[in-house]
Each structure stands twice: as structure tokens, then as C-alpha cells.
Design a protein around this ligand. Sequence first.
Ligand SMILES: NC(=O)c1ccc[n+]([C@@H]2O[C@H](COP(=O)([O-])OP(=O)(O)OC[C@H]3O[C@@H](n4cnc5c(N)ncnc54)[C@H](O)[C@@H]3O)[C@@H](O)[C@H]2O)c1
Length: 259
Amino acid sequence: MQTDLGGKVAFVTGGAGAIGSAIVKRLSQNGACVVIADINIDGAKTLASTLPDAMAVEVDIRSEAAIRAAIDATMDRYRRLDILVNNAGVNTLAYRVNIDSFPSEEWDRITTIDLDGLFLVSRHALPSMLAGGRGGRIVNIASVLGIAAMRLQSPFIAAKAGIIHVTRSMALELGPQGIVTNCIAPGSIMTELTKKLFYGDDGTFAGKTEAFMQHLPLGRPGMPEEIAEATLFLSSSACRYVNGQTLAVDGGWTAGFMM
Ligand SMILES: NC(=O)c1ccc[n+]([C@@H]2O[C@H](COP(=O)([O-])OP(=O)(O)OC[C@H]3O[C@@H](n4cnc5c(N)ncnc54)[C@H](O)[C@@H]3O)[C@@H](O)[C@H]2O)c1
């Protein structure tokens, strides 16, 4: 879609990552000034240098002080904040284990970044968003695993389910002030990392992945640009009566079973 985000300022956490950078580019292509907020400052700077009006800020969303500084830097440069995309997130590769042997440090790391981080960023961004009195848009990136669980990733599914529900509470609280909050639940998205893990460098599906693809009505993983497209809609003025919802961008994964 094409929309006019001219004059709007967007703050995208994890904006240097695979899905985040696709979101940043899509918002920028539609006229937004974009703040790329990431712990990976080199990646954020590189991306910012390719866009007409963007700024990279180094932020670890576990640190309230770093978040405050990033929001202050945004307001110093742009004087407004219209769109917040809570996209930064992590999962575990080292510990795909049952909950009875899941290390509590790893549980804490994942839930602190994926859920607490979203809360902290939202809390610090909101006063600036509300100050303008122009309303705004918040898009939270969860996962289909927040809707339908998967084994051996208990903190990730707990955090992503939390994001889906806190999105509803944000919609109830912020709707009266003109801020529309929604959530996206990506399915399996093809990134450099997931390509190596699941899809093979040549993009072929083998073994378990092939079986999994047969469960997807569209028979393929999603692309970061497909999450970016949904984010663009939820960030735009076209999204004015959808509030508190979770849009699964998953090729039909959560629609049911392909039997
Ligand atoms: N790729 C998928 O298949 C998939 C599926 C469902 C949901 N998601 C969600 O989409 C979002 C983006 O995932 P991705 O695949 O692009 O991953 P990615 O690893 O490519 O990007 C994540 C970004 O978040 C940043 N980040 C990590 N910890 C941070 C912290 N503490 N503070 C600030 N930034 C931090 C990373 O530097 C990175 O740039 C995540 O929330 C993820 O859970 C991804």
C-alpha cells in the first residue's frame, strides 16, 4: 500500500534487525522520519545512512536510562513522536528444553527483553506521543507462538502472549486519547538466521521444515517485507477503527490444521 506519513516521526525498536529494517524502510518510503533504536548501533547507523531522514540511537531496552536518552534524542531532533513500533525481541537457541530444565537466567533474559522492554519503551515514549495531542499509532510485534504455543520455548511464548494481551489493555487505556494500538503476530519469517536454521542456504525445505510447510496453507515462510506491509497499515491513518487487535501474518498457520 501507499500512504502519506509525511511529517510523522516513527520510533522502531530492533530497527536494525531483519524484520525491523524492513519496517523502517517501508515507513521511510511512505514519508516518515524514522528513529532506528537498537542495541546494534553499527547496524542502525548503516541503515540510517541509506534513508532520506532517519536517526540511529543506541538503546538496550532492558535499560530505562538508555530508553529515556533515546526518546530525549528523538524529541531533540524531531520535536514529535507519532508512531511507536515495539519490534525488538530475542528467543533462545541454546536451550530448547522442557520447562522443568529451563534455566531461570534464560527465562529472565527473554522475558526481560521481549515483554518488560516493550513496557519500558512504551512508558517512556507515551508522554511525548500524548504531548502533541495529535493521537498516534503503536504496533507491537508478538508472534504466532503467543496465540498457539510450541514446545521448548516457554519464556518466548509467555512473553509473546503477554504482548498480545497488553496490546488490548493499551488500546483501552490510550484509545480515548487518540492513540490506536495493535499487534502483529508473525508466523515463520525467512531471515538470514531462520534461513540457516530451518530453510537451508539454498532456500530448500528439508526434513522437519518440509513437514512444517505442509501445515501452512500457503506452503512457504513469510518475508520481512510482509510484516512491514502490515505494520505500515497499522501505522497509517487508514487504520482508524481497528484497535486492540492482533493481526496474524502467518500464511494461515493459526487458522487451523491442514489435515
Ligand atoms: N523471524 C521470525 O520468524 C519471527 C517470528 C515471529 C516473531 N518474530 C519477532 O519479530 C521481531 C524481530 O525479529 P527478527 O527476526 O527481525 O530478529 P532479529 O534478531 O533479526 O532482530 C531483532 C533486533 O532486536 C535487536 N535487539 C535485541 N535485543 C535488544 C535489546 N535488548 N535492546 C534493543 N535492541 C535489541 C537486535 O539487535 C536486532 O536488531 C522479534 O520481536 C521477534 O520475536 C520473528
